[in-house]
Each structure stands twice: as C-alpha cells, then as structure tokens.
Ligand binder design. Sequence first.
Ligand code: NAP
Length: 268
Amino acid sequence: MRVAIIHNKKALSLEVAAKLRELLQKAHYQLDQDDPELVISVGGDGTLLSAFHLYNHKLDQVRFLGVHTGHLGFYTDWRDYELDELVDSLCTQEEKAISYPLLDVTIHYRNGKPSQHFLALNESTIRRSTQTLEADVYIKDELFEKFRGDGLSVATPTGSTAYNKSIGGAVLHPRINAMQLTEIASLNNRVFRTLGSPIVLSPTEWVELDLAAINDETHYTITIDQLALERTQVKCIVYKIAKERIHFASYRHTHFWRRVRDSFIGEV
Ligand code: NAP
C-alpha cells in the first residue's frame, strides 16, 4: 500500500511523523506523497482538514486516517503513543470502510466571470468584510427568507462540531447525509425576517444565496474550511451535498456521542 504522511509543524507531530515513517518502512509500506492510497495525518483535526484539501482531487482512490498529537479529535482515531498498534492494525486487521458527506460549493460571479467550485469537509461561510450581509436565501429555487446579519454558514455533519457549533448549530451524527444552514447574528425587522434557528437539509435539496450587492465591488469573505477568499462581483453561491464523499480507513470504533461528550463536556 502507498502511504502519505501529512503533519503540522509542532515538535511532537514532527517526531511522531518520523517514527511513523520508520515503522511503515519496516513493515514494507511504500511512502508516496504524490499518489497515495492511504493518507495519514499527524496533528489535529485541522491537520486532517489540510490533508483533505491536498488530496481532494483523488477522493475515490484515497482513504484518510488521523493520528492526534494532542487531545482526541473528531477526525482522528489514534493517539501519538499508539503508533505500533496502528501499524500492526494496518498489517493484520481488515479495515472497515467509513465515508462521510462533503459540501459542494459553487460561487457564481457577475459580468461573465467564470464560476468557482470547491469541496468543504467542515463548512463554508460567507460574510461581508465590514458591513452587514444581505442575501435572499432560496431552498430548491423557492425564496425561503431574506437574510440580513453578519453572515451564514453551511456545515457538513462532521463539521457540525466545529464552527457550526460555536454559532449555535446542532451537532449531527456524521452518518446522517445532510447539510446544515446556520445564521450568524441575524437582524430581524419588517423587511428582513429569518427563521432564527439552524435548518438541516436533505440530499435532494440545495441552498442558493442571492447576494444583494450594493455594487460590483461589494466585498465578501467566503471561507471553505481553513481557506478564506476575499471576493467581489459575487452574484450567488450554491450549496449542496457533494456527490463525492471522504473515505476513512477505520480499524477501531469510536462511539460518536462519547467523543462529543469527552470533547465538550468532560467527566459526567
Ligand atoms: P484553527 O482556528 O487553528 O482551529 C480551530 C479548532 O477547531 C481546532 O481546535 C480544531 O481542532 C477544531 N476543529 C476543526 N475541525 C473540527 C471538527 N470537525 N469538529 C470539532 N473541532 C474541530 O483552525 P484549523 O485547525 O485550521 O481548522 C479550521 C476549522 O476551524 C474551520 O473549518 C472551522 O470549523 C473551525 N473554526 C472554528 C471557530 C470557532 O469555533 N469559533 C473559529 C475559526 C475556525 P484541532 O485542535 O484538533 O486541530
């Protein structure tokens, strides 16, 4: 099997990545950063997000596996002191294939500028850099609400424990094939009226945000996971559940709600 290792720059991650490389080579795995079948991220959930964006053009041939060099994360099943066990599982155990939904984001521009397409593992958000965002929110071509506020976020189920949770979104079990639209500080008055609570959309639905630009130079900040884009001339953004999914190589079962409890509540 061809394996790539992606790590962050923390001293412990560098050390763990070096040890992992050594163990994998001893076990006759081929290290291949360009064309891997398995991508192992060493760091945190943020490192796995980076690994996803490095290899998101070959999602049908790559599986991901996360080693956390801090607390246990949401995309990371292994701890830094479990490397022998991890390599042993790769060699001897049958892997359980697990896949989770991704978010498909298309940004359409004014004045004939070509559209841009992205995949997000956690979420995509839109804000106006300094002023209030105004957007007509369509669900499946039907006007749902007129939004005015700081911004909007659309999250995947696995992203629901990240930024989405901080802005009051619900935590979704990652096996639910859905996406969640959450408001960021909405203003409500006679003209602009929003539901005021997060909504969870099914795979047959899509969300379109039509942006009421003051002029072509209205400036928006659009995020795709860690990537922040500064854009003008944005006409609309369309969000749907992607046809692609992220595949994880799973060798152990971590109970999702236990992970949520351990991360956010602690001892009960
Ligand atoms: P970062 O600002 O360095 O770290 C953000 C934190 O979010 C890290 O502690 C990271 O965990 C954690 N995280 C990432 N994905 C998660 C998930 N699916 N569930 C629970 N926690 C998660 O940014 P980053 O590490 O590059 O990651 C980018 C992500 O951070 C964005 O997609 C966004 O969701 C999140 N974020 C959240 C807030 C907020 O909650 N106010 C603000 C900015 C960004 P690790 O420590 O394990 O890496």
